[in-house]
Design a protein around this ligand. Structure first.
Ligand SMILES: [Zn+2]
Length: 347
């Protein structure tokens, strides 16, 4: 039975490498000249990068392939895989809609086309055979001008059936160039009742305390617990949840091994800061959500109680989960199972 919720997953990093490569092959895509063999492609995709900025070049490559006319193919595969192979019941999928539009159009025409992108994803994410609940988070982007980011925010507010919130993505050193604009965008989002998250305190370059007060959740935020623990009380007081994506930090060169996260989980437990365990890019990393949990447990980064706390936190802090409680927990299922056995023993 599917149980998991993933609150931080990028469309550009969600597709399993083999499925993505097969798409290139079937469509005789120009990238096939660079990656004629699958093994070459996988090696290139999963290799760790030296920095977040370098890692994001992979997203750019995928975005150039996943465009408005083939989104249905990728979304249907993604929903099916997440439901069947990861046991995911609730998924928040994020992407920058502008980068899925036709790049031959003018900026204004691309802005106009963003709504169609959102609606395609809303419509093809609903599959009766795989009843996963998918909600979209629209990403503003540090490389895009104010007008596009403002249009992204307005679009999120007006497409509430499929969209549950907004985010800011892209290389974090660039945030400082437009900080006033970014603060005003997040402030506006909160004023009009949009849920907000932001890639923040992910790397040593992403330290922008001026954005923190405007967020419902913090995309990553590991640097807060590691290097600015004095901020944790404010984070707890604002009931902000950290979205922690363990494998991601190894792939972006942010951490050398997962043991560094022990401090993050322990300090957050001590100060009452909730954590949701997420994947970021399960396709590009080739690590799915159940293995993120398992890796943290087997490498002794978290204990089972922390795992259960994180599981509950992901439903509690979800922007678009339509119920007040998480689905039946693993313990409830085991409880039912033991009752069934007892009844059978008696019979
Ligand atoms: Zn991310």
């Amino acid at each position: 039975m599917p149980l998991h919720a993933d609150l931080h997953r990028h469309l550009g990093g969600a597709i399993a490498p083999r499925i993505f490569w097969r798409f290139l092959q079937r469509n005789n895509h120009p990238l096939m000249q660079r990656f004629p063999e699958y093994e070459l492609f996988e090696k290139y995709i999963v290799a760790p990068r030296a920095s977040l900025t370098e890692f994001l070049e992979l997203h750019t490559m995928v975005e150039r392939v996943q465009r408005i006319d083939n989104l249905e193919y990728f979304i249907t595969k993604l929903v099916r895989g997440a439901y069947i192979f990861e046991g995911i019941l609730y998924l928040e999928l994020r992407y920058t809609p502008y980068y899925r539009t036709d790049e031959r159009l003018s900026q204004q025409d691309r802005i106009n086309q963003m709504r169609e992108v959102v609606r395609i994803i809303t419509s093809c994410s609903k599959q009766s055979a795989y009843p996963l609940i998918l909600k979209q988070i629209l990403c503003m982007h540090s490389r895009l001008p104010y007008e596009v980011n403002r249009a992204t925010l307005d679009l999120a507010a007006s497409e509430s059936e499929g969209v549950c919130g907004i985010d800011l993505a892209g290389p974090d050193p660039l945030y400082k160039n437009n900080m006033d604009d970014l603060v005003s965008l997040f402030s506006l989002a909160r004023e009009i009742g949009l849920k907000t998250t932001c890639h923040l305190y992910e790397t040593r370059d992403g330290i922008y305390p001026e954005l923190l007060p405007y967020l419902n959740r913090i995309g990553h935020g590991i640097q807060i617990a590691m290097h600015y623990p004095e901020l944790l009380k404010q984070v707890a007081d604002r009931d902000q949840c950290l979205e922690i994506c363990p494998t991601s930090y190894l792939k972006t060169g942010t951490l050398e091994d997962l043991s560094a996260l022990r401090t993050v989980f322990d300090r957050c437990r001590e100060t009452g800061v909730d954590i949701a365990i997420c994947t970021d890019n399960p396709g590009l990393h080739n690590v799915r959500l159940p293995f993120e949990f398992e890796n943290l447990l087997t490498q002794d980064v978290i204990d089972f109680e922390q795992l259960q706390m994180c599981h509950a936190a992901s439903y509690r802090h979800a922007f678009g989960w339509p119920y007040s409680e998480p689905p039946d927990s693993l313990l409830t299922s085991l409880d039912l199972l033991s009752k069934k056995h007892t009844a059978e023993d008696r019979g």
